[in-house]
Write a protein that binds this ligand. Structure first.
Ligand code: BDR
Ligand code: CA
Length: 327
């Protein structure tokens, strides 16, 4: 039995890897990719999604829908200082390849309504599209089977400020609305889970690069800028929260500890914009999410290694900045 899902993404670096998970894992039935404003320029994110479809050998098979091009009320904040263009300068001929006419928010609403209670969504960017969909269609949250969210920190370090993780910081009003909308939410936080269980140090990265497949080469290039940024801020390795979120939906056995929490997002704080207040059950608040606390990190690494070892055939050559190609 496959799992029907949509990935809502700000496609750069590990968002690409999360798409590879959903495109190549036989358990995944990826129905659409919806794009939200986040990591890098919006149109670059769209190109990054098509590049990923191409390297997975799935170009033309999964529709890409552009969603909200800016947060609900705030100006867009980029993470280009972290990710560069999100794919290490790789490109392809986009002629004949582009997003669908249908807006991403409408696609989310339609796909959930077509099979009420069956569609899962993996949201790995700011939650703007999910908030807009739940306002536009009062049945949306009920129609979605499971919403897996990469965002926030479980009373730990932020990454864009001391208090906040990027996805919730960029659109805190959307994140607040989503946690109040009635979804069945599972959260994969930055700290501690990403930093402890989805961090690949150099020996692991060397092993992945040595696989020698088109997707392992794509992975190494797409992750290089973020790896350098991480090292400059004291994180010794490549971080993979988005692909872990997708993998956790498909393979719940990777989740070794999770608990019910009340999650709310700070929108008014002077220093804490986007902070995720995760209350663990002793403050009299009703649970509205399951928060992942621990992952089988060796199992996750093996899972990604096996994924990147798959031999795919690019439909179009992927152009590298030095003039060479993949595929
Ligand atoms: C999150 O922010 C983005 O830069 C990553 O893609 C991930 O979704 C981590 O804070
Ligand atoms: Ca992301």
């Amino acid at each position: 039995m496959t799992i029907p899902l949509v990935i809502d993404t700000d496609t750069a670096q590990d968002d690409c890897v999360a798409l590879l998970v959903a495109l190549l894992d036989p358990l995944a039935d990826l129905r659409a990719i919806t794009m939200v404003a986040g990591n890098v320029g919006f149109d670059q994110q769209v190109r990054n999604a098509f590049l990923t479809l191409n390297v997975a050998g799935r170009l033309g098979e999964v529709p890409v829908h552009t969603g909200c091009r800016r947060p609900l009320v705030r100006d867009w904040v980029s993470a280009e200082n972290v990710h560069g263009d999100g794919v290490g300068g790789m490109s392809m001929d986009m002629a004949g390849h582009g997003p669908q006419a249908e807006h991403g928010v409408d696609a989310l609403i339609r796909l959930a309504a077509e099979r009420p209670g069956e569609l899962s969504i993996v949201a790995i960017g700011p939650l703007t599209n999910l908030a807009a969909a739940s306002v536009k269609d009062p049945d949306f949250a009920r129609n979605v089977k499971a919403l897996y969210v990469m965002g926030g920190s479980n009373n730990g370090h932020g990454n864009i400020t001391a208090a906040a993780e990027f996805n919730f910081y960029v659109d805190p009003e959307a994140a607040k609305a989503v946690f109040r909308a009635g979804f069945e939410i599972t959260v994969l936080p930055w700290d501690p889970v990403t930093l402890r269980h989805a961090l690949f140090a150099q020996p692991a990265l060397d092993e992945l690069a040595a696989l020698g497949t088109p997707i392992s080469e794509f992975f190494t290039r797409a992750c290089a800028a973020t790896l350098e940024f991480n090292r400059n801020v004291g994180i010794d390795g490549s971080t993979h929260p988005d692909s872990l979120t997708a993998a956790a939906l498909l393979h719940p056995e990777l989740v070794t500890r999770a608990a019910g929490y009340h999650v709310d997002i700070e929108t008014a704080g002077e220093l804490t914009r986007g902070y995720s207040a995760m209350s663990w059950g002793i403050h009299g608040l009703t649970e509205n999410a399951t928060v992942i606390e621990e992952i089988d990190s060796a199992g996750f690494y093996r899972y990604l290694r096996d994924l990147l070892a798959k031999k795919t055939t690019c439909r179009l050559p992927i152009l590298l900045p030095d003039g060479a190609t993949i595929g």
